[in-house]
Design a protein around this ligand. Structure first.
Ligand SMILES: Cc1cc2nc3c(=O)[nH]c(=O)nc-3n(C[C@H](O)[C@H](O)[C@H](O)COP(=O)(O)OP(=O)(O)OC[C@H]3O[C@@H](n4cnc5c(N)ncnc54)[C@H](O)[C@@H]3O)c2cc1C
Length: 966
């Protein structure tokens, strides 16, 4: 059945399809996009959009945002290979103000531009896009056109008045219309495109530089504000991708200024490409039209690809809008095809070819003498007026007002050269003097008689399509590039499949067993804290805080080992082993014969504990639907409950079976309580381990399996989870396979997994978190807050029982029994703290910032107050208040922190704050060792740290309550 509301169907959600969808929707023309993939293309491709594309991006209402998120590069030059000195070039800043318009080039990496356009299309125009809709055939009749589409629900036909092929270089629409006919040629020189951090500015490089050499030619163009460069260079024909990768360090050392060794730069992606110069025989066949890469291809030297594609789109939009408004009949679409082919043949094709020939010229030393473009630039170097004249010659198109009714004249787009940057090559006949609108006919949509294609004709079957030789710029890179975007793409498919299953029985069970990990994470540091005094009494160590230090080192080592390990040997093992090891070493610790031994065992059990949060949260998040993310905050209640249970068991065991503070000596026999206590805690952890291991079948993470190359197994698990939830999933192994370009080889090795993990903390993300002043402050302030709390919390907690004991003695009721009873009362107060934290963050007028600042500062204030206590009851009261507010603080801190980092850099942000927290945690016992424990010094220090953290929170530049994440 035809969806009568859809007038234009666009095949492909690449940059051209999205821009057209945006322009048409803005004009009120109903559009649907069909996209074969399940998401936008993530591969690193275009980044710089030439001046001719700027008016189109402006008409779509996105140019300001593009410039805000990206850059406006202006300078282009050619350089010598030997010393990288500048030969000549152009300064496009003259285009910053052309009759009040900023026509400078714009730079924003393609995936970000696509996302921006998609967001606008969806949010502003309620745009329609169908993912996983692969066009495999087409047809048309008197009244309409249609495409045959493969969807997850099966095959279907989608009808429209006009169907636009924006499906890229390997366009199915083009192949269906013209078979394998795509005249042109493929260059025999392969090129390699890399994104690399290297300080080219040290060598006087600006925005874009072309370095001339017959063999080692390359281009270096800055593509992000934080200094990422696109370096594209020529390679020898006949090399395999493996060989190209091997040669890359040698090529860089040879070519780049400063001749850097690999440790002096950082490559974030790397891709080999074949280059093509090809153009379809026509951009129109009846109700079908082609645009951008689907219609024509050129090599990427000079960035004419989507720049030309955007100009196609602007012209096509004008034509369709003209027909829609009744100002033109559909013969104007023939004009579109004719003029855009002319622009390809006369400008895009020759200019891009000479761009490539220039940079790879066989005699670069004499090029300036032979090359009119370089000569023109040289001449204009010190002559602003001449520069302006050169640039403006490309704008001299004076046509009738655009039929779409927009302010930009139609001819401006239909005819405009796409090579303003290369005025020397602008052909004289680049002007069109006809007025398309004068055709006079007023045919509207659905009334135009299509021509050329018979009803239901299938010019290319799906089989012949897949078997055809590839055309277009082959983005093998993405496949084999260092960041493995195929893994990312597949991970998204899996995420979506899991999201589609939704919350069910499996996740609720997981919620419980993951809670064990959360409980263990707090339980064992509390064990260390609770046994601190009896252990010190029995062994009389010279430096008692060594015990806390051993624990904190174990925690850090565990967090790192399991964090990486769960990507190498699987989540399932890590999930169980962390608890198993903790239980084992905890119980072994009961037999410790010396202080050194208990220190070693504390480090070993903490090694298991350290893995709980990274592994459990990874497992939980991988199965948790977005609608139930709040459960992560609720998990913090397990922390508080663990504290209650630990102190409850500690009370009888430590309270009555350990030496009294007043005892002169303390023998092992009199002090067995702490040993029974660690056995009890080990036993409790063992129970949690058994419950996890024997009573709950945890499925291996589909993402981990897919990373290992076991796609079918990953899909099986998704179906298994769906089955357990009483649901079904439509995910198939083909959906994952669809993310793999031809020839892709899965890297399932452990080193690939580690590389991916390291990627989360790579410098790109770190730089992004510091890219603007506001973001930099946000990141630094959050790290400081976590560091201060990381230092303040253990500093105080580790010595709380000690303080209580010694103070208790001062106050005359220093019985160990009372000490542990008080610890229990304090722990109970933590439970409502965690819950109230969850409520406060949503409270209007308080928000996350208010709740966090207040609870953190109050935690510090109550610590100070506790030093003023003159009897046990008031000390208990202040400690209860402290534990209550610190639990509120933790609940808010855990929920708030991730929201304050931009999504794409969130993993890195979380890692930075967690590291700050753990590293400062290690410093706590070291400080305590040199502080006088007989005084309230550690308490003062930690109180000050909390108050400082509370003040810093107030200065955070963002508040996330009621807003989507950054
Ligand atoms: C390394 C490199 C650097 C470049 N740099 C620049 C630059 O700086 N400036 C510049 O102007 N150009 C540049 N280009 C060229 C530019 O990237 C391309 O011209 C541009 O991506 C083409 O956009 P498109 O929308 O036509 O096609 P694509 O970006 O290829 O998008 C096509 C879309 O159609 C979908 N699709 C495909 N087949 C089907 C089907 N059968 N059914 C449904 N959907 C389908 C695809 O999944 C994809 O989403 C560069 C290219 C490369 C490789």
């Amino acid at each position: 059945m035809r969806d009568s509301t859809v007038i234009v169907v666009i095949v492909g959600a690449g940059p051209s399809g999205l821009l057209l969808a945006l322009l048409l929707s803005k004009h009120g023309i109903p559009v649907e996009i069909l996209e074969a993939s399940h998401q936008l293309d993530q591969q690193p491709r275009a980044a710089i959009y030439g001046s001719p594309a700027i008016p189109e991006l402006k008409r779509a209402g996105i140019i300001d945002e593009i410039r805000r998120r990206g850059m406006s590069p202006t300078s282009v030059c050619w350089r010598r290979f030997e010393d990288h000195s500048r030969i000549t070039g152009m300064e496009g800043d003259i285009l910053a103000d052309v009759d009040g318009e900023d026509l400078r080039m714009a730079c924003l990496v393609l995936d970000q531009l696509d996302q921006l356009m998609l967001d606008e299309y969806l949010s502003k125009y309620n745009g329609k896009i169908s993912w996983r809709h692969r066009v495999v055939g087409l047809g048309q009749d008197q009244d309409q056109a249609w495409v045959d589409v493969e969807t997850p629900e099966g095959k279907k036909k989608v009808y429209a008045d006009y169907i636009i092929g924006c499906d890229g270089g390997t366009s199915t629409v083009r192949k269906c219309l013209f078979g394998q006919e795509f005249p042109g040629f493929t260059w025999d020189r392969p090129i390699v495109a890399t994104n690399v951090y290297y300080d080219f500015t040290k060598f006087g490089f600006n925005d874009s530089s072309f370095i001339l050499h017959p063999e080692h030619f390359f281009m270096a163009a800055r593509i992000t504000r934080d200094g990422l460069y696109r370096v594209t260079y020529g390679e020898s024909p006949g090399l395999t991708w493996e060989e190209m990768k091997e040669r890359q360090p040698w090529k860089f050392e040879l070519m780049l200024p400063g001749h850097p060794k690999p440790h002096e730069y950082k490559i974030t992606s790397m891709s080999p490409y074949k280059m093509h110069q090809r153009c379809a025989p026509s951009f129109r066949k009846g109700r079908f039209l082609l645009a951008a890469d689907a219609a024509h291809l050129c090599n990427p030297w000079g960035g004419l690809g989507i720049t030309g594609g955007f100009v196609d789109i602007g012209g096509l939009y004008d034509c369709l809008a003209g027909i829609w408004d009744g100002k033109a009949d559909d013969s104007i679409l023939d004009l579109y095809s004719e003029k855009r082919i002319e622009k390809y043949e006369t400008i895009i094709n020759p200019v891009s070819q000479s761009n490539f020939r220039r940079v790879s010229d066989s005699d670069p030393d004499t090029l300036l003498e032979r090359d009119p473009v370089m000569q023109a630039c040289k001449k204009a170097e010190n002559d602003k007026a001449l520069q302006k004249e050169m640039f403006m010659s490309a704008f001299e198109v004076s046509l009738a007002r655009g039929i779409s009714g927009d302010a930009v004249p139609l001819g401006h787009r239909l005819i405009r050269s796409v090579v303003w940057a290369y005025p020397g090559e602008l052909p004289l006949n680049a002007k069109y003097h006809g007025d398309p609108a004068s055709a006079g006919a007023t045919l509207t949509f659905k009334r135009g008689a299509p021509s050329g294609v018979e009803e239901g004709r299938r010019a290319g079957s799906p089989a012949s399509i897949s078997g055809s030789p590839s055309v277009g710029i082959e983005d093998v890179s993405a496949i084999k590039g260092q960041l493995d975007p195929v893994y990312e793409a597949k991970a998204r498919v899996l995420n979506r499949a899991v999201q589609d299953i939704g919350m069910g029985w499996y996740q609720w069970q997981l919620f419980i067993v993951v809670g064990f990990g959360w409980a263990s994470d707090n339980l064992w540091p509390i064990v260390t804290s609770l046994i601190f005094t009896p252990v010190a009494n029995e062994f009389l160590p010279a430096r008692a805080p060594m015990l806390t230090l051993a624990q904190n080192i174990g925690l850090l080592a565990g967090a790192m080992f399991w964090g990486f390990g769960c990507d190498i040997f699987g989540r399932k093992w890590a999930f169980n082993l962390t608890l198993g090891l903790t239980a084992f070493w905890g119980m072994v610790a009961a037999s410790a014969p010396s202080f050194a031994a208990i220190g070693v065992f504390a480090a070993l059990w903490s090694f298991g504990v350290g893995g709980n949060l990274p592994v459990d949260s990874a497992i939980f998040l991988e199965f948790l639907p977005g609608s139930h993310q709040y459960l992560l905050t609720i998990l913090s209640i397990d922390w508080a409950i663990a504290q209650v249970i630990a102190t409850l068991i500690a009370w009888p065991l430590l309270g009555s079976m350990t030496c009294q503070q007043t005892d002169d000596s303390c023998t092992r026999r009199e002090n067995m309580g702490w040993r029974y206590f660690v056995i009890a805690m080990g036993g409790l952890t063992l129970l949690m381990f058994v419950a996890r291991f024997f009573f709950f079948t945890i499925f291996e993470s589909p993402k981990y399996l897919m990373g290992k190359g076991l796609d079918e197994e990953a899909v099986r698990i998704v179906h298994e989870v769906a089955r357990r939830n009483g649901k079904t999933s439509s995910l198939t192994a083909e959906d994952l396979k669809a993310c793999e370009p031809e020839g892709y080889v899965q890297r399932g090795s452990a080193s690939a997994a580690v590389k991916r993990k390291l990627e989360a903390v790579n410098l790109d993300h770190v730089r992004a978190l510091f890219s603007t002043r506001k973001l930099a402050y946000n990141t630094a302030a959050l790290m400081a807050v976590w560091a201060f709390i990381g230092l303040g919390y253990p500093l105080y907690n580790a010595f709380l029982p000690y303080i209580q004991n010694t103070r208790g003695v001062d106050f005359g009721d220093g019985s160990t029994n009372i000490t542990y009873r008080n610890s229990l009362i304090i722990a109970v107060l933590g439970v409502p703290g965690a819950l109230i934290g969850g409520l406060l963050v949503e409270l209007r007028g308080v928000g996350r910032k208010g709740a966090l600042s207040l609870s953190t500062a109050l935690t510090g204030v109550f610590l100070y107050c506790s030093t003023t206590a003159t009897n046990s009851s008031s000390l208990l009261g202040w400690n209860c208040a402290y534990n209550f507010t610190s639990n509120v603080m933790y609940a808010v801190l855990y929920a708030f922190t991730p929201e304050l980092f931009p999504t794409k850099d969130r993993g890195t942000g979380n890692a930075l704050t967690a590291t700050a927290n753990r590293v400062f945690g290690i410093m706590a016992p070291i400080i305590a060792m040199f502080a006088n424990l007989e005084t309230a010094a550690p308490v003062y220090t930690s109180g000050a740290l909390f108050i400082a953290a509370g003040v810093i929170v107030l200065t955070l530049p963002f508040e996330s309550r009621g807003k989507a994440s950054l």
